[in-house]
Design a protein around this ligand. Structure first.
Ligand code: NAD
Length: 270
């Protein structure tokens, strides 16, 4: 028996981007709650509230706020609610992305101006906006975490404008890390391998992408939301007190591979 406190006991964090129990944000929420953190959640609209509220309750949270990141008023309401209930904040998870799925099928060159702007606004700018709003509550320092994908670094089939948005998001992680480091606020990204979620279902040939990653990653499998949760908990906790501006891959090692594995079966798009 030991009286040691759980690693994240006393830490309070906001989780943004749970749609259901397959969401990457949910994997992180479960992991940090398991380490003793107290959580608040946002949900996007009434339809998702029905899914998120019971999930939050299962982790002992009743602090939920409706939030669409394109709506200034709803963002302001989130941080006002946190200020009122908690008065301070230790971490934020930003697991939010959106693009018109019609433009995640064909070629990047066909991206429309309207969808380019909307994709970058929701998937990239929202993180900067949220960081700025979180700072006044992070009086004891803090940790800000976003989710990205290897399509920011290399061209992936159908990722298109989302790859451009993730590249901008990863660059903003580095700029934010410098801006906020003096307040002991760390800013990092997790680059997750492909996982079947609601958002991923908008990406063309996703089953093929999953198979390809499974056969060709060093660990010969796909990542789970529990894998993402574990790495997220590390970056959000004091274990990563010296880590900022980092894009940390949680992809079963796929990003180190330069060529199809010789023992990987030939697969085709189905
Ligand atoms: P998901 O569908 O479970 O979560 C996406 C979330 O974004 C939803 O909760 C949705 O409500 C939210 N969202 C979209 N537009 C919003 C808006 N305007 N305002 C507020 N919220 C909004 O899917 P996910 O795969 O868990 O996605 C979470 C993050 O992980 C995304 O940034 C995604 O790009 C990233 N990611 C996913 C994968 C993958 O393969 N699933 C891999 C790497 C990175």
């Amino acid at each position: 028996m030991t009286d040691a406190k759980p690693l994240m006991a006393g830490k309070r964090g906001l989780i943004m981007g749970v749609a259901n129990d397959r969401s990457l944000a949910w994997g992180i929420a479960k992991a940090v709650h398991g380490l003793g953190a107290e959580l608040a959640f946002t949900f996007q609209g009434e339809a998702l509230e029905k899914r998120v509220r019971p999930l939050a309750a299962s982790l002992g949270s009743d602090l939920l706020v409706d939030c669409d990141v394109t709506d200034e008023a709803s963002l302001a309401a989130v941080f006002a609610a946190l200020a009122e209930r908690w008065g301070r904040l230790d971490f934020v998870v930003h697991a939010i992305a959106f693009s018109d799925k019609e433009e995640l099928k064909g070629k990047y060159v066909e991206t429309s101006r309207a969808n380019f702007q909307r994709t970058l606004d929701i998937s990239c700018y929202s993180f900067t906006d949220i960081c700025r709003r979180a700072v006044p509550l992070m009086s004891n320092g803090g940790s800000l975490l976003t989710l990205t994908y290897y399509g920011a670094e290399r061209v992936m089939p159908h990722y298109n404008v989302m790859g451009v948005a993730k590249a901008a998001l990863e660059a903003s992680v580095r700029y934010l890390a410098v801006d906020l480091g003096g307040r002991n606020i760390r800013v990092n990204a997790l680059s997750a391998g492909p996982i079947k979620t609601l958002a991923a279902s908008g990406i063309g040939d996703f089953r093929y992408i999953l198979k390809w990653n499974q056969y060709n990653s060093p660990l010969k499998r796909n990542v789970t939301i529990e894998d993402v949760g574990g790495a997220g908990a590390y970056l959000l906790s004091d274990l990563a007190a010296g880590v900022t501006g980092e894009v940390h891959h949680v992809d079963c090692g796929y990003h180190v591979v330069g060529m199809k594995a010789v023992d990987a079966p030939d697969i085709s798009v189905v």
